[in-house]
Design a binder for this molecule. Structure first.
Ligand code: TYM
Length: 327
């Protein structure tokens, strides 16, 4: 049994990239491992957010995790802000991280890292992420491809801390799926699918109605050729569709490409496969959305359990750094 931790931001609705890159792995990992999953609401504060919506979005994200198939009797699900050890360990780690290494984070640069008015929280965001992971002695962190650099930083911080202060942290590894580790935007296939893009047509939400999913996939940008080939560099749109098909039905995108001689039938099959993939998630969501008290209870129980693990690690780290233990 490996210890596992991962997290998702409560930034609105979960999309197909989140589902294929991360959540589906979480569901697969939960039974044979000791798994912790958190809705990282403190991370959401690092950028402009709607105060009136944050709490309900956190509950909504948890509801969608349960709908995706997380089972609270098999894993621990909690909200990051309910476990005070997260920001406390983040501070200790901030005192070991350097400005240089945080400046190199591409997500920080992409989100306006050059600007003087960028928030300090956005800069130190990856250190809080490292704290999320290291608090649970996580060996594996199931994430999409875009989190690899943050995982590398986490490993560097853990190794450095262990070197200076003695063995304290487990050095984690990213677990990234073989296909659909970076689902691309359907309208701009050279950028990753995300909620913050201009055209909603580019992002399939896990709760989109079947007709909507079909429409988005049929309108997906491809290219002016007609041949179906898996070539992410030269044919990003078509390759993205092939990856979605591979991830939804099993198989290899390069091999699946041989079944098609034009884009129309490929799109039809991708739409059908994605609709079928998301159908059970959508059905479970319909049941869960009527039970907000149940979801809140899952989070409360999860926070209590997470706290018992996190408190031990934080105490170890504080002592290792030489702080006076409270009596
Ligand atoms: P977030 O909320 O952006 O995304 C949650 C998970 O979804 C994956 N993902 C994708 N995978 C494939 N294709 C895409 N287009 C795509 N978009 C997102 C992400 O890789 C992620 O696994 N910083 C993290 C949250 C976080 C975290 C952590 C993750 C905070 N603390 C500790 C792991 C461990 C984030 O913003 O994820």
């Amino acid at each position: 049994m490996a210890r596992i931790l991962s997290g998702v931001q409560p930034s609105g609705e979960v999309h197909l990239g989140n589902y294929l890159g991360a959540l589906r792995q979480w569901v697969a990992f939960q039974h044979d491992n000791d798994a912790f999953f958190c809705v990282v609401d403190l991370h959401a504060l690092a950028q402009e957010h709607d105060t009136a919506l944050l709490a309900s979005r956190t509950l909504e994200a948890a509801t969608q995790l349960l709908a995706a198939g997380l089972d609270p009797s098999a894993c621990t699900i909690f909200a990051q802000s309910h476990v005070p050890e997260h920001p406390r360990l983040a501070w200790l780690l901030e005192c070991t991280a350097t400005v240089g290494e945080l400046r190199r984070m591409t997500q920080f640069k992409d989100k306006g890292g050059e600007s003087e008015s960028v928030r300090v929280g956005l800069f130190t965001y990856p250190v809080l992420q490292a704290a999320d992971i290291l608090l649970y002695d996580a060996e594996l962190v199931p994430v999409g491809d875009d989190q690899r650099q943050h995982l590398e930083l986490t490993r560097d911080l853990a190794v450095r801390f262990n070197h200076h202060h003695g063995d304290t942290f487990v050095v984690p590894q990213a677990a990234v799926p073989t296909f659909a580790a970076r689902v691309m935007d359907l309208q701009e296939p050279t950028r990753k699918m995300s909620k913050s893009v201009s055209s909603p047509l580019g992002t399939v939400l896990v709760l989109d109605r079947p007709q909507e999913i079909d429409r988005k996939i049929r309108k997906a940008v491809t290219d002016t050729e007609t041949s179906v080939r898996y070539d992410p560099e030269k044919k990003p749109g078509v390759s993205n569709l092939l990856e979605l098909l591979a991830a939804s039905t099993g198989g290899d995108p390069a091999v699946l490409a041989d079944d098609y001689t034009s884009y129309g039938p490929l799109k039809a099959d991708v739409a059908e496969a994605v609709i079928a993939l998301l159908q059970p998630v959508q059905e479970r969501y319909q049941e869960l959305k009527a039970q907000p008290d149940y979801v809140a209870k899952v989070l409360a129980d999860g926070a209590a359990k997470a706290h018992t693990v996190a408190a031990v690690t934080l105490d170890r780290a504080m002592r290792a750094m030489g702080l006076l233990p409270p009596r």
